[in-house]
Design a protein around this ligand. Structure first.
Ligand SMILES: Nc1ncnc2c1ncn2[C@@H]1O[C@H](COP(=O)(O)OP(=O)(O)OP(=O)(O)O)[C@@H](O)[C@H]1O
Ligand SMILES: [Mg+2]
Length: 275
């Protein structure tokens, strides 16, 4: 299934036992308010294994808030998230990572003084089993594990074509490359669901094309399910299998890109028509 033979080193995260096209995550009746501000109102949608699911909508629609609920950063006042068969309302972000949910942020959140390599390695640390005491007591297994992690990180660096910046502090990199490093850090967690909050924001056309290609490769080669927030409609229509549209915290449309594009409520929302 590998379209690019050079990239076939990366192992597919196939351990969740869910068949392609089956339900991976079910968001049911989720509402989230900050004081009087209703960020999300009674939203339900699902994500199927292996798809690229876009979440779109005008500024302030509640898209980032939705990702923050999914990865456990916020606890919604109502509703449940069922992921890989386990229902929950709240979960700490590091538990979300252990369950297979990784994300990138709308504003790049990397360790700016650290190198590309170390930032991606940091993503790996959540999967590391052996701690520092163990390393001191018995160097052998810990060393073997360290080598294994390094190899995975090298595969990701190779996959994302960022060898040339492996030792560069990420704060010195152009924005487009920082976004790519952040994708690398999320991939290092070997997620079965990858959440991307505006992965192409602030990029020029060429950078957008590169990022689109990487997102597609991650999806097709690793089988990683992706939920993606994006404002560039061309990108959304090209990449996604299904689109959910939010406006003022409510869901106004849900379906394949062509259907959503032609939906009058969606057109009105983007033109700023009140409803
Ligand atoms: N931590 C917070 N405290 C208070 N209000 C918040 C907080 N986070 C989000 N909001 C509000 O919730 C609403 C939804 O915000 P959110 O960031 O989810 O929108 P968005 O769809 O991601 O917008 P954008 O496209 O601009 O990123 C907005 O009215 C926002 O001001
Ligand atoms: Mg946002």
């Amino acid at each position: 299934m590998n379209a690019h033979p050079g990239n076939d080193l990366i192992v597919a995260p196939d351990d969740d036992g869910i068949a392609k096209g089956a339900l991976l995550m079910d968001v049911k009746n989720v509402s989230l308010a900050f004081g009087g501000v209703k960020a999300i109102t009674d939203i339900s949608f699902d994500v199927r294994k292996g798809e690229i699911r876009a979440i779109i909508g005008p500024n302030g629609a509640g898209k980032t808030s939705m990702l923050n609920v999914i990865n456990g950063f916020y606890t919604p006042q109502t509703g449940t998230i069922t992921f890989r068969g386990h229902a929950r309302r709240a979960m700490k972000p590091h538990h979300a990572v252990r369950q297979g949910i990784a994300r990138t942020f709308q504003n790049v959140a990397l360790f700016k003084g650290m190198s590309t390599l170390d930032n991606i390695m940091a993503g790996r640390s959540v999967l590391m089993k052996r701690n520092i005491v163990w390393q001191m007591l018995w160097h052998g297994p810990a060393l073997a594990e360290e080598i294994e992690h390094r190899e995975k990180v090298e595969e990701i660096i190779d996959f994302l074509e960022i060898e040339h910046i492996r030792h560069t502090p990420v704060g010195k990199l152009p924005y487009g490359l920082q976004k790519r490093v952040e994708l690398g850090r999320a991939l290092a967690m070997e997620p079965s669901l990858l959440l991307l909050d505006e992965p192409m924001a602030g990029m020029n056309l060429e950078e957008k094309e590169d990022m689109s290609r990487f997102i597609l490769d991650v999806n097709q080669q690793r089988g990683t399910t992706i939920a993606l927030i994006e404002h560039d409609m061309g990108v959304v229509m090209d990449l996604s299998d299904r689109v959910v549209v939010l406006d003022y915290g409510k869901k106004i449309a849900d379906g394949p890109p062509d259907q959503v594009k032609a939906d009058q409520a969606v057109i009105d929302a983007y033109l700023g028509v009140s409803h």
